[in-house]
Design a protein around this ligand. Structure first.
Ligand code: 5GP
Ligand code: ZN
Length: 121
């Protein structure tokens, strides 16, 4: 199932170019267009699932597979001493692209703090 308006579905279908880091029948991974660290790859299911809220029990194996690919892809891309995985969800999570994706972020140097603490919190 694909969403014709979804940019990540288009990347999965090869209709929009992306620098791929992984590809199989269920999952693809590609470099983020606006990397925040030397390694910044997005792992997505080929099938359109808008957000983690929309994933069901039937998606458990797929989500597990995506997460278990993260260390392999991180290593292959040169993040050999640690990395961070992030899944932004919905408005509060500030998810920009409504097609589930795992950010894999790393590089030679330690990353910044996970969340910037607001002054008022
Ligand atoms: P989100 O905020 O939804 O968790 O993250 C979406 C990510 O997708 C952002 O980091 C953004 O840079 C990336 N992105 C958006 N459009 C494209 C695109 O067309 N190609 C690639 N490679 N990355 C994209
Ligand atoms: Zn999609």
């Amino acid at each position: 199932m694909t969403d014709p308006t979804c940019i990540f579905c288009k990347i999965a279908a090869g209709q929009i170019p992306a620098r791929k880091a992984w590809e199989d029948t269920e999952v693809i991974a590609f470099h983020d267009i606006r990397p925040v660290a030397p390694v910044h790859v997005l792992i997505i299911p080929r099938r359109h699932i808008a957000t983690l809220y929309d994933a069901t029990a039937a998606d458990e194996a797929l989500l597990g597979r995506m997460l278990s690919l993260a260390p392999r892809i991180a290593r292959e891309q040169g993040a050999t001493d640690g990395f961070r995985t992030i899944v932004n969800t919905g408005r509060v999570g500030r998810q920009e692209v409504p097609h589930v994706h795992i950010h894999v972020i790393g590089g030679p140097d330690p990353l910044g703090p996970m969340i910037v603490v607001r002054k008022d919190s």
